[in-house]
Design a protein around this ligand. Structure first.
Ligand SMILES: [Zn+2]
Ligand SMILES: [Zn+2]
Length: 341
């Protein structure tokens, strides 16, 4: 176990036990600091010189650098049950993230910074999903800007190297009638489409259900983003109302993944709906919806939630290798074309 792996694992176990986000973040920050450190023993005083490393994390780094299991980690591991191990295994199996934003829409960082951070976290792939035109408040991309973004992604990939691929995508608004806020031919060219409701969140359940079902059945759509739209921090926002049975059955049938959105203010879907989506046979995408590189580690909270309800890696498309992810998408599109002419 390398020092950064030990630190990430501690962060996960702390999170599992409900530690404060600040405490968890300290371990991720230290992991980022030692990521590129050459292998070999480091003493604690040396480690403490690194930016973002304090006395506790320095001790962990020092012990792990000799190949030992750090005392701090051993103690935590003894305190949590075996289900935490299942959660950690999902985190370790993560291959990608289907939902992240850059400064092309409402994110704070350039495309390449987001991609490099995802690669550094060990991902094989990540999907750039900036907003669609109607979401003007978030600088949604017109068709023209999205076309130029495809070129920017291709350029970024040429610099990112063969070990990682940034996929093209969009977080596309689901319009009132269930149609999507981007041209079909353009959606067709993207690797992954996340569809989300961002408007009229307080609709009556019936039109909301119809609207969501239309979107998840759309062959362009791969992932249903933050399905209830709730915000659980600050003034908050209640979850939107829809017939969950109907929507999740449609997702399962169409092969559209239900997103487990990891943003701390969202944690969407709520627990009860997550259980119902699992019972409906849905697949899931454990997504950070990151708007900055340091938010990519939020993904572990989603895997912890998945593990707590017994979901296995096979049901989580964010653990899939790139080839499987892309093959599933093209398979769905061609079968839907065949099916409906
Ligand atoms: Zn969204
Ligand atoms: Zn988003």
């Amino acid at each position: 176990m390398t020092p950064d792996q030990a630190l990430r694992r501690i962060a996960f176990l702390l999170e599992w036990r409900g530690a404060s986000p600040y405490r968890v973040r300290a371990f991720h920050t230290a992991a980022d600091a030692v990521r590129d450190m050459p292998p070999g023993p480091v003493d604690a005083a040396q480690a403490a010189q690194l930016r973002g490393v304090g006395p506790v994390t320095a001790e962990v780094i020092s012990q792990a650098s000799t190949g030992a299991v750090p005392t701090y980690l051993a103690r935590l591991q003894a305190e949590v049950g075996p289900d935490a191990e299942a959660g950690w295994n999902l985190v370790a199996a993560s291959a990608g993230d289907c939902h992240l934003h850059s400064d092309w829409s409402d994110g704070g960082s350039p495309i390449e910074d987001m991609a490099s951070a995802a690669r550094a976290l060990g991902h094989q792939w990540a999907v750039l999903t900036d907003h669609s035109p109607r979401l003007t408040i978030a600088h949604g991309l017109s068709a023209e800007r999205l076309r130029s973004q495809l070129e920017a992604v291709a350029e970024a990939n040429s610099r990112l190297g063969p070990r990682f691929r940034l996929l093209t995508g969009i977080e596309c608004d689901i319009l009132d009638d269930g149609s999507l806020d981007q041209d079909d031919d353009l959606l067709d060219r993207l690797d992954i489409v996340v569809a989300s409701v961002h408007s009229r969140l307080r609709s009556e359940p019936e039109p909301m259900t119809t609207r969501m079902v239309a979107a998840v059945r759309n062959p362009h759509v791969d992932v249903l983003g933050h399905c209830t739209g709730r915000i659980i921090t600050g003034r908050g926002r209640p979850q939107s109302r829809f017939d969950a049975e109907t929507v999740f059955a449609a997702c399962a049938e169409a092969g559209t993944a239900v997103e487990i959105n990891c943003r701390p203010e969202r944690r969407d879907p709520p627990d009860d709906l997550l259980v119902r989506a699992a019972a409906a046979g849905c697949r899931f995408a454990v997504d950070t919806d990151a708007h900055a590189p340091e938010q990519l580690h939020w993904q572990s909270t989603g895997y912890a939630r998945a593990a707590r309800i017994g979901l296995e890696a096979n049901r989580l498309i964010t653990t899939w290798p790139l080839e499987r992810l892309l093959a599933a998408r093209s398979g769905r599109q061609s079968s839907s074309r065949g099916g409906h002419g």
